[in-house]
Design a protein around this ligand. Sequence first.
Ligand SMILES: *Cc1c(COP(=O)(O)O)cnc(C)c1O
Length: 425
Amino acid sequence: MTVEKYRLRCLEGGEVVRDRYTLDCPDGHVSLLRTEYSSRQLQLRESPGIFRFCDWLPIGHTLPLDAGPVCYRSEGLARELHIDNLFIDFNGYWPERGAAITTCSFKELEAIPTVIRQRERRPGVLVIASAGNTARAFLQVSAVTGTPVVVVVPETALSRLWTTAPARQAFVIAVRGDYTDAIAFSREVCTLPGFLAEGGAKNVARRDGMGTVMLDAAVTIGRMPDYYFQAVGSGTGGISAWEAALRLKGDGRFGPVLPSLRLCQNLPFIPMVSAWNERRRYLVPEKDMPDAKHAIGEVYSDVLTNREPPFSIRGGVFDALSDTRGEMYAVSNDEARAAEKLFADTEGIDLDPAASVCTASLVSACEAGELERNGTVLLNITGGGYRRVREDYTLLPVSAALTVPAGSRVDDGTRELLDWVKHHV
Ligand SMILES: *Cc1c(COP(=O)(O)O)cnc(C)c1O
């Protein structure tokens, strides 16, 4: 009898669920599904990038791709902040440190296993709605693997879409509206036969892909860190870090204590900070995100502005914070800009604005004397190296194949889409 590499379990009902690129509990529980791997102990592979951690990814085969997290001990920033044990996990492009994510954010850690899982588990074409970094990551993985994808973005995000290889199998739809309008149109596309919603936080490949940041840190440090700092929009990265830590605890070689999640958002849009400060599981829009449209327009990092984060769902951000003695921080634009400069001066690489927000939250936690002396800190730099990548690569812009007004029904673009699918699948 062969032992399955992994299975899915519903956290609410406890039932085992067969994986057909399954996103929701078939019994209707409002809960995330979680992977359970047959190997309790992590055996590192000799493979490049994230495939080193293949044991704990929901995929059967690997690809020759180098993208992966890179963990190192900080000297410059650590000295500046008086932290003895500061580790940086860099997710972006920085070849001098072995960091090879050419689309410059940790979204590529999610896109790679997602594409493999989909190809292995369910025929169809993935549909991804994104405001920028996720779209770019999936376009890149589509380009280097030849996997067809449909990417739906607000028209204003088109300038952020580029790859380092031609994305010939990608169909980009621009929506004349905001991120929420792009999500609505992507749902329309998914009503057509043969199209699959990528799934966001509900997609276990996405979470376990991001979880490799925590795995990478634990094997580099030799144990789990005491604190995990990350800037969040959906909070999926925080959930992933928690789940990876639960597995590492089960492994037994990396310590018994889960890292305390220290998550931050960018003022003035801070719904999860607002709810967590009251230890409230349910978001109350009038209270937690008043005047959301305006607030979203004001932030330095717009990837941190998700209006429907998986906060209250079973196994979501609220549970992750509760289980890890978590804290959340609100960071102003000025603090983020100052931290960005500090990081560039002390570590020597340019940051994604979200990573600047995260660095700022670490600065203020240090100034407030909140961290235990001798504590080991992991700073998740979720994106960076945009300047550095331009020195080595020609960035190829990706343009929209179809542009639709906000609120469109799928009929408008149906024929073109179906033609495209017929051609590719
Ligand atoms: C998406 C993104 C985040 C937020 O990640 P979540 O865990 O999904 O909230 C942070 N930084 C960068 C660079 C991102 O692209």
